[in-house]
Design a protein around this ligand. Sequence first.
Ligand SMILES: Nc1nc2c(ncn2[C@@H]2O[C@H](COP(=O)(O)OP(=O)(O)OP(=O)(O)O)[C@@H](O)[C@H]2O)c(=O)[nH]1
Ligand SMILES: [Mg+2]
Length: 579
Amino acid sequence: MLEFIQLLNQRYQIMLGQLGSEVGRISYQQRIDQLTLAEAFIRKGQLISRSSAQPLQLAIIGPTQAGKSTLVNVLLNSHTAGVSPLAGHTIHAQGFCNEITPAECQDLQRYFGRFQQVEQLALTRERYDCFSLTEVAASSRYLPSGILWDTPDFDSIDSVVYKEGVLRAIALADIVILVVSKEKYADQSVWDMMSSLEELHQPTIICLNKLSEGSEDILIQSLKEKWQLARNDAFPEVVPLYYQRQTGLPVWPEVKQNLLRDLASKINHKKQPRFEQELVKKYWQSWLEPVIAEHHAASAWHDMVNVAIKQALENYQRDYLNHPRHYETFQHALAELLTLLEIPGLAGVLTGARKVLTWPIRKMMNLGRKRQHIADSSQELVILNQIAEHLFIQLTDRLMDKAEEDHQRTWWKEINSLLRRQRPDFLLEFSSMAKTYHVDFQQDVEKTAQRLFFKLQEQPVVLNGLRATRVTADAAAIALTLHMGGIGVHDLIFAPAMLTITSLLTESAIGSYMHKVEYELKQQQLNTVKQTLFLDGIAQKLLQLPEQLSTMHHFNISSTQLQAVEQQLTEKRHGLRLL
Ligand SMILES: Nc1nc2c(ncn2[C@@H]2O[C@H](COP(=O)(O)OP(=O)(O)OP(=O)(O)O)[C@@H](O)[C@H]2O)c(=O)[nH]1
Ligand SMILES: [Mg+2]
């Protein structure tokens, strides 16, 4: 799951740069933030499961200038966090170790991943992907032992560039301390953030900073309303912070002295795996929305290809198999039959031919060459190539329509350009596959001739009747010419002698058998063409096109990939932990 979330996050970031609409960009940025938070939260689960003796993590979060860094100093009783009246002063997650040493926090570098741990003084505005851990000498009256994190704001315009650090620090927190000032507490960004953290189930307190006398109760009531609008869990404890002129710092109320220690004592990580699962499930549908849209487009493409293939096969039947003038395969079988019969007329021709034939020409008559020659003059191949060309033209037209009307425009446009680019190769390949099929299929033609030949052996009357006809000799001579490459199959069919032979056989006692054999040959031919040329050939190539889409413009996460990861998501407890 972790890897999948990272992959999805990467793809969103790449796609974000390509989006034209502002609305689209906002929603993509939101999803990137959610994915970053979820990724960090799962990493936190890994941290806990590696060692249960992890230091407590407290994160101070809030809008810019709320006084986060100031509160860090108050709680730590030091001046270690940088404070400034300029917005966006803190831009890195900065951890302060209270009653623990940085050596006890070595796992954190792994948690922060590509973010590098550096000394607090080495944090610079040039690099956002850093964090620091600093040991604090003074002892705190309010904090349990652990790490207190000062975090950057999440509401200023610049915050988008350092938000990942904020989210990583927040996801790590066992306790969240939200700091708001009376000017900032109502900002939508604050409540959006609090709403997005609900599934993390972190014990939270709200510090109301920069308070002036008399406003506390109204502000707390208002905070409560905001909280209840944003979240379903109980409104947390509020700590009012009043400014002390002498120190120039807000004061942590004495009555709340043990608040953080009490909260810390209740922390229990047992439910972490369930919380991770809840978090992922909450956003799952929305994260996958563009991925699913691509799957829908891919499935529409699938349908489009299937319709085109079906149409092509119908054309093949109409223009070849069932076409009275184009269909020649069975006639070819009859020509083969005549050569098998070795009828006396043919023998004469053959003897004559043998006299003139020299060795190289006889060599030319070997089986492969004969089949090749038949393929070269095949009407079927001409028609098949035309059908394939027509199929591509039709698909290109439909793709252009889709690119106009569908909201997945880029997807369709890119499929279209992939198809255009590869069309010449597809057609060449199809043509050569068709030729191979045709040469191979002549074996079936010859087998059909043999079936007829054996049937004729059982019918001596028909056989003798045939042999008695002068026309058989003519037909056999033509059949031989076909084998020698002197005539194409098509010319053979229309030779008067062949037509006579065909009608003689049709009207004979084996007429109905012949029809059956012809029908079976046609079926066999249709199935072979369908499977080898259209399904295993063209369709497969076309259906693989979406896999070649560039990941610069598309999520390109396959449904198999998605199914595998969704199965993990529906697994019961610890489902996420197994990943
Ligand atoms: N009047 C008054 N000023 C305060 C109080 N707390 C903080 N400040 C001032 O508010 C300014 C911002 O304080 P910071 O602690 O730097 O605020 P921050 O939330 O860390 O701000 P960023 O790091 O920029 O996000 C500083 O000038 C502080 O001195 C307070 O309680 N009252
Ligand atoms: Mg600060």
